[in-house]
Design a protein around this ligand. Structure first.
Ligand SMILES: [Zn+2]
Length: 383
C-alpha cells in the first residue's frame, strides 16, 4: 500500500515545513520533502490543504472516555476508549488503571489483551498502573480503601496477562527505592506519584533509577524553601521526566509557563489523565473506584470534598493550550506530545516523528482549532 500526503504543513521535533509531501510505503514514512512529488504509482493521494501534519499523539496516562473506564475491565471499554483517543489525534496510548482490587486489575489486563488482538483504533503500547502502591494521604481521587504496599509479585502477575510499561507509586514507602530498581529490571518504568516523599526520599529512588514523575505538581509534595519536595526536584533535576496535564485547570497558566520555560522540553510529557467523562456532556455523574464524581463546567470533581478527579482534556486541545499559554514554536513543543514518551518507552526510533523511517502514525490538525481532521495509524487513514 502506497499513500502520498500532499500540501502538508509538517510539524515534527525541530522540523517545520510548509507545502510538504509525505510518501508512505508499507506503513512507514519513505520520505518527507518540500514541494511536489509525482503522484503516479500511489494507491491513494490525500490533499490535506495546508493543515498541520504532526506525529500521532502518545498519551501515557488516561483512564477513560465516552462513559467507559479502563477499570470497567471489558474489551468493549478498551475499544471505546481507543476509538475516542483516535478522535483526539492519539495513535498510541497506555490504558491507565486506578487503585482498585488485584482481581479488578487482572480483569482489566485481560480486557487490554483482548483489545490488542484486534487493534482497530489507537494502539496500546502497554498498561500504566496508577497505584495501588500510593501514599494513602495523597490519594486525590484514588480510593484509599485499596491502597497497599509495593509488591512486585502483584505487578508481575498483571504483566503476565498484558505487559505493564509504567507504574505510578509512592517511593517513600518501605522498600520504595528498591522497588524502582526491581521494576526497571523487568522493563517497567517506575514513576513517583500520589506521593508525600521528601526530596531525599525521592532522590533515594532516583539513585535506583527512577526518572519519571506522575502528573507533575498534582498529588505530590510542594516546593517549600526548607524542603523542596518532589515539585522542587522536578525543577532541580533535569533528567526527571514530568507528566503534565495541560488542561489549564490542574496547573494554572503561570505554572504551565514556569514548567515549559524553566524545564528542558525534552523532559516534559503531555498527558490527559482523562476520565470516563471526557467526550461527555456537562452534568455527567459517575463512580470512580467507589467514589462519586460529577462533571461541572468541564471540571471533573469528587462530589465529596471537591478534589479534582482527573480531566476531560483531549490531547489535541492540550497542544493548543500550551501553544496559547507559552507562545513557544510548535516545532519545539511538539516533542512533548509523542517523541519524549516514545524515547522513554524504548520506541524513539520508530514513533514520535514525521521523518523518513518512522512509522506513519500521523495526526492532521486544523491550524486554528487544533482538532484532528484526519488520523493515520501504520499508514492507514482511520479518520
Ligand atoms: Zn490518573
Amino acid at each position: 500500500m502506497k499513500t502520498l500526503i500532499v500540501n502538508a504543513h509538517v510539524i515534527s521535533p525541530d522540523v517545520d515545513i510548509k507545502g510538504a509531501s509525505i510518501e508512505i510505503v508499507g506503513g512507514k514514512i519513505k520520505s518527507v520533502s518540500k514541494g511536489k512529488v509525482d503522484r503516479k504509482g500511489f494507491d491513494t493521494v490525500v490533499d490535506v490543504k495546508g493543515k498541520y501534519v504532526v506525529p500521532g499523539f502518545i498519551d501515557v496516562h488516561l483512564h477513560g472516555a465516552c462513559g467507559f473506564d479502563v477499570c470497567d475491565a471489558t474489551p468493549e471499554a478498551i475499544a471505546k476508549i481507543a476509538e475516542a483517543k483516535l478522535a483526539e489525534g492519539c495513535t498510541s496510548f497506555l490504558p491507565t488503571t486506578l487503585t482498585v482490587a488485584n482481581s479488578t486489575l487482572k480483569k482489566a489486563a485481560r480486557a487490554v489483551a483482548a483489545y490488542r488482538k484486534d487493534e482497530r483504533f489507537a494502539k496500546v503500547i502497554g498498561i500504566h498502573l496508577e497505584g495501588p502502591f500510593i501514599n494513602v494521604k495523597c490519594c486525590g481521587a484514588q480510593n484509599p480503601k485499596f491502597v497497599r504496599k509495593p509488591n512486585l509479585k502483584e505487578v508481575l502477575g498483571i504483566d503476565a496477562i498484558s505487559p505493564v510499561k509504567l507504574i505510578s507509586y509512592a517511593p517513600e514507602t518501605k522498600g520504595g527505592a528498591e522497588f524502582a530498581a526491581a521494576c526497571i529490571a523487568k522493563g517497567i518504568v517506575p514513576s513517583c506519584g500520589h506521593t508525600g516523599a521528601t526530596f531525599a526520599e525521592l532522590m533515594a529512588a532516583y539513585g535506583k533509577g527512577l526518572r519519571h514523575l506522575t502528573h507533575f505538581c498534582n498529588q505530590m509534595t510542594k516546593l517549600h524553601h526548607r524542603e523542596i519536595g518532589v515539585v522542587g526536584a522536578g525543577f532541580l533535576v533535569d533528567d526527571l521526566k514530568t507528566e503534565v496535564i495541560c488542561d489549564r485547570i490542574h496547573l494554572c497558566d503561570d505554572m504551565l509557563r514556569l514548567v515549559f520555560t524553566k524545564r528542558p522540553l525534552s523532559s516534559i510529557q503531555m498527558i490527559t489523565d482523562s476520565l470516563r467523562c471526557s467526550h461527555c456532556e456537562d452534568g455527567y455523574a459517575f463512580e470512580m473506584g467507589g467514589l462519586k464524581v460529577q462533571l461541572k463546567n468541564g471540571e471533573a470533581r469528587l462530589v465529596e470534598g471537591g478534589n479534582l478527579a482527573g480531566s476531560t482534556l483531549w490531547m489535541s486541545q492540550g497542544l493548543k493550550n500550551i501553544r496559547d499559554v507559552t507562545g513557544l514554536p510548535l516545532k519545539d513543543l511538539i516533542r512533548v506530545t509523542s517523541w519524549n514518551q516514545a524515547i522513554e518507552l524504548g520506541l524513539g526510533k520508530k514513533l514520535g516523528k514525521v521523518e523518513k523511517g518512522y512509522v506513519a502514525d500521523l495526526a492532521v490538525l486544523d491550524p486554528k482549532t487544533f482538532k484532528a481532521c484526519a488520523v493515520f495509524v501504520d499508514g492507514v487513514q482511520k479518520i
